[in-house]
Design a protein around this ligand. Structure first.
Ligand code: PLP
Length: 434
């Protein structure tokens, strides 16, 4: 179970410690719900990705998918670790810019970028825009032309491949709102190449998320490169860059065994290299866009137990002070989590375990964080630590029930740095006008 937690996690005097910080002291000092990010885990994931790709394929770029979660302190870490950033909104772009992230290393995805989004991107001097549809081709050409900019773009192709993951996490099949389907991709190349202010330098695809079976990547790379070959012959299209998106899955449960970053890098780099050789292509710059597999394991959510309701013979509900407003994944797509009691973490034969259901505090019956988990007997005031909460929790957080979004601390070597303060009641009304 501890292996789901950040790499620095230990148990000391019955308490979980992360980055050398005792979680009970973090809870006392910063309150709960609290999101704890372990700097060592985050940096080592960045390095693992960088090294795994660089040694197999020197001209590669790791572009962190900010949708998993971004704030200014984290953006600075990604900058120091030499990653690029993949943003999907003007908002994510604004955070990256506010953090001083080099704009030439930012890539912009998204299926409905607004005029305002694209204006901001051009004004910032963004590195790449991944163009998703015909509307965007003409809108971006106009905006870039008005700004007298030659914008380098990639075209997002939807290669019609099923990644065998949850339907809500699938993006690259035929029936998808993202990208140009294969049947329209040629028209997209022709249109983009005829635009005077766009420079189409490559192709992009992203087949889905939380993927364990790597075969769909092989199929997608081959499909997209075969398409590039035809476009080279017909339009003299030069595939200088290829983005294979993100999607590598992580373990949310002790039993699950996802492919390693090395397996992922092997599959992608070998397939691209072999296909280039057989088609007579020079190796393009290779871009990957991992989100979850960079930041997921680094984050832990810490909650305090409040009300406990035991319905005899039915279920024992243990309610905590967070829930679907900070982590909607269990309600949204039945995501499963494990947990530990942070202040009763010692394995001891005398510890009495019981089966409980951990409920959130929000007004939805579906606000259940974990159904049926065996934990040491808890009482109000105990702390529940949920691992693998670094990705797609805080970035999907809401103010439902006027919840205050949690504080975040970054821990390392026994120090905890607040990198986002807890929201206040004043924040809740700060955008209202009366
Ligand atoms: N790139 C694109 C275009 C995406 O839509 C996503 C997420 O769905 C990602 C990258 C990151 O995926 P993951 O967090 O599964 O690595």
């Amino acid at each position: 179970m501890l292996k789901l937690f950040p790499l620095t996690t230990k148990i000391s005097n019955g308490h979980i410690t992360i980055g050398g910080c005792d979680t009970t002291e973090l809870a006392a000092g910063f309150g709960t719900p609290l999101y704890i990010f372990d700097e060592t885990t985050l940096r080592s994931k960045c390095a693992e990705y960088r090294e795994a790709f660089e040694k197999r394929y020197p001209d590669s770029v790791i572009s962190y998918a900010c949708k998993a979660y971004l704030n200014r302190a984290l953006a600075q870490i990604f900058d120091q670790e030499g990653l690029s950033l993949d943003v999907v909104s003007g908002g994510e772009l604004a955070i990256a810019r506010a953090a001083g992230f080099p704009m030439e290393r930012v890539h912009f995805n998204g299926n409905n970028k607004s005029r305002q989004d694209l204006d901001l991107a051009i004004e910032c001097g963004i590195g790449r825009i991944i163009v998703d549809n015909f509307y965007e081709i003409s809108l971006l050409d106009r905006i870039a032309g008005e700004a007298d900019v030659q914008q380098e773009i990639l075209l997002r192709i939807s290669p019609g491949i099923d990644p065998h993951t949850h339907a809500h996490l699938t993006t690259g099949n035929v029936d998808s709102k993202f990208g140009f389907p294969m049947t329209q991709a040629e028209e997209a190349i022709a249109a983009a190449m005829s635009c005077s202010s766009l420079n189409p330098v490559g192709l992009h695809f992203h087949i889905g998320s939380q993927i364990f079976d790597l075969t769909p990547y092989i199929q997608a790379i081959n499909a997209v490169m075969d398409f590039a070959d035809v476009m080279r012959a017909k339009y003299n299209f030069n595939l200088q860059e290829l983005s294979t998106g993100g999607g590598l899955g992580i373990a949310y449960s002790s039993e699950s065994v996802p492919p390693t970053v090395g397996d992922f890098a092997d599959t992608i780099t070998v397939t691209v290299t072999e296909r280039c050789a057989s088609l007579g292509f020079e190796l393009p710059k290779l871009i990957v866009e991992p989100g979850r597999s960079i930041i997921g394991q680094a984050g832990v959510a810490l909650y305090t137990v409040g009300a406990i309701k035991d319905i005899e013979g039915v279920r024992k509900y243990v309610s905590v002070d967070g829930g679907m407003s900070d982590n909607i994944r269990p309600s949204l797509y039945d995501a499963k989590y494990e947990a530990m009691v942070a202040n009763k973490a010692e394995k001891h034969p005398a510890v009495e375990f019981e089966r409980i259901t951990i409920a959130g505090k929000y007004c939805e019956s579906g606000d259940i964080l974990i159904k049926d988990i065996d934990l040491p007997k808890v009482e109000p005031g105990d702390l529940i630590a949920v691992p693998c909460c670094g990705a797609y929790c805080l970035s999907m957080a809401s103010n439902y029930n006027a919840a205050l979004k949690p504080a975040i601390v970054l821990v390392k070597d026994g120090n905890a740095r607040l990198i986002r303060r807890r929201e206040t009641y004043e924040d809740l009304t700060s955008c209202d006008t009366v």
